[in-house]
Design a protein around this ligand. Sequence first.
Ligand SMILES: *[C@@H]1O[C@H](CO)[C@@H](O)[C@H](O)[C@H]1NC(C)=O
Ligand SMILES: *[C@@H]1O[C@H](CO)[C@@H](O)[C@H](O)[C@H]1NC(C)=O
Length: 140
Amino acid sequence: MGKSIGLALVLFLSSPLCFLLSMAQAPIPAHYDGFAYGGASPWEGSVLVEAFLDPMCSDSRDSWSPLMQTLEHYSPHMSLIVHPFPLPYHENAFVACRALHIANMLNASTTFPLLEFFFEHQERWSNKSNTRYIQSVYNR
Ligand SMILES: *[C@@H]1O[C@H](CO)[C@@H](O)[C@H](O)[C@H]1NC(C)=O
Ligand SMILES: *[C@@H]1O[C@H](CO)[C@@H](O)[C@H](O)[C@H]1NC(C)=O
């Protein structure tokens, strides 16, 4: 019984169907995702914090200042990688994340100032109807 299952598994793994299924999966990215804070290698600190932040999310905005204080306090034993993480119910979050990627590609030292700019002026890109929709999602 065990042998036949093993044989079936070997046959499946070597079959063209298995090959096609593996082709359908997303490829492993060539680079590590996210923006390393401060330009240093994030692997140098003994503790690596990975933050998934939405530039249009008030909770992400509120967590930024404590995160910076913590980083400052524990530097150089702590490093930070920010992963842009647009939530679908935040107006303009996806566009803001794209802007962060573009800024990072053009000049990496502009990435975090731009993120802070988005946090500072968040109300400009969201509105009351947006907030009502978010609340209806939370209340489900
Ligand atoms: C990148 O941006 C920084 C900060 O704005 C600036 O000082 C620097 O000159 C820029 N570098 C290039 C190559 O444009
Ligand atoms: C909120 O933003 C959406 C999309 O930008 C817009 O269609 C809508 O009119 C705005 N609502 C208010 C109350 O400003």
